[in-house]
Design a protein around this ligand. Structure first.
Ligand code: F6P
Length: 358
């Protein structure tokens, strides 16, 4: 087979600290192999509009420690149409792009499979602060976001302690509560609400009341943005009001929001991004496609992207008719085992959070 000479790379979906380190690794490893790299700006939008820069080791020399994505990002709705995909495929042909590396979350990988179906081999790298890609234990950006959220929560805890207050802190993660759960444990939260586990709000309020009566001053209640009440509202603000009204707590609400997505990536994120970026080029040189690079039990390895997307829909209970039709019984068993393990891990960690909430 002929050597690959030119590839494209893009970052898509919500930005995540460490995406730049992945692009740097792809660029430098590709340069080593004599592969030219075009960086499409603003995710799939750049691919659609042929908006790109040529990436060289010089271009990426200072990006490893920078937050955000210097290649910009977007959630591009136009790409998600048949016409959008076909135009992007045509653009790749015109530019001589022989393969793509896409960095982002599940939506990004779905876009990647649309490209590969039309003859543009694609490799995915998981980059999202949510850590919500079921096939991988880890997504780039997660560690930085958790540490940012922890730092901010610790700061709230300081002022809570001074004033004898409760701070309800809402964290990101979309439908995945793992970021919130880890920060809850690390900040010593007295209650935690995440989408994966039914939240006993009455018990949480009663616990705060008991701890107040025992003289505990500063308290953190960690809530994930993915936990909603019966009216479809996130629970944080209403819970804060309830704590004031029902038990006389001096409670405040803080939504950490997008600040969790910014900032310099941690060592963990830079390193994982670098290893995954280098592996993406190795896979491309082997003419591989439709793989997402995962971290599984500490090992970085490629997983079939369609299997990963189906396992993801299974875990998120979003499977549609026919989604599993192309998989063997063994492959489906492996998805089910993965989903069970992930759910059990979250449940075990939640039990730890609860047992320490004193
Ligand atoms: O997927 C990353 C994420 O930050 C989620 O945690 C959050 O729900 C969402 O993106 C916010 O999206 P946007 O940047 O479009 O407001």
């Amino acid at each position: 087979m002929e050597r690959i000479k030119k590839i494209g790379v893009l970052t898509s979906g919500g930005d995540a600290p460490g995406m730049n380190a992945a692009v740097r690794a792809i660029t430098n490893k590709a340069a080593d192999e004599g592969i030219e790299v075009l960086g499409f700006l603003g995710g799939y939008k750049g691919l659609l509009n042929k908006d790109y820069i040529t990436l060289t080791p010089k271009e990426v020399a200072t990006v490893i420690g920078r937050g955000g994505t210097f290649m910009y990002t977007d959630r591009c709705l136009e790409f998600a149409t048949e016409a959008g995909v076909m135009r992007s495929v045509e653009n790749c042909r015109e530019l001589g792009i022989e393969a793509l590396v896409v960095i982002g979350g599940d939506g990004t990988f779905r876009g990647g499979t649309d490209m590969s179906v039309h003859g543009v081999p694609t490799i995915g790298i998981p980059g999202t602060i949510d850590n919500d890609i079921t096939a991988t234990d880890y997504t780039i950006g997660y560690d930085t976001a958790m540490n940012t959220a922890l730092k901010l929560t610790d700061m709230l805890r300081d002022t809570c302690e001074s004033h004898a207050r409760v701070n309800v802190v809402e964290m990101m993660g979309r439908h995945c509560g793992e970021l919130t759960l880890n920060v809850a444990i690390a900040s010593g939260a007295v209650a935690t609400a995440i989408p994966e586990i039914p939240f006993d709000e009455d018990a949480a309020v009663a616990r705060v009341e008991k701890l107040m009566a025992e003289g505990k001053r500063g308290m953190i209640v960690a809530v994930s943005e993915g936990v909603f009440d019966e009216n479809g509202n996130t629970i944080g603000e209403a819970l804060t009001k309830r704590l004031c009204r029902e038990i006389g707590a001096d409670a405040k609400f803080a939504r950490l929001a997008h600040v969790q997505r910014g900032g310099e990536p941690t060592l963990r994120d830079r390193k994982t991004a670098s290893v995954m970026g280098a592996m993406a080029i190795e896979l491309i040189m082997e003419h591989k496609s439709d793989l997402v690079i995962c971290e599984i039990d500490g090992e970085i390895k490629p997983v079939d992207i369609r299997w990963a997307l189906a396992a993801d829909r299974m875990y998120k209970k979003k499977l549609k008719d026919g989604d599993l039709d192309s998989f063997t019984a063994d492959e489906i068993d492996a998805m089910e085992a993965l989903c069970e393990k992930r759910a059990a891990d979250v449940a075990a960690l939640y039990a730890v959070a609860e047992s320490l909430a004193k």
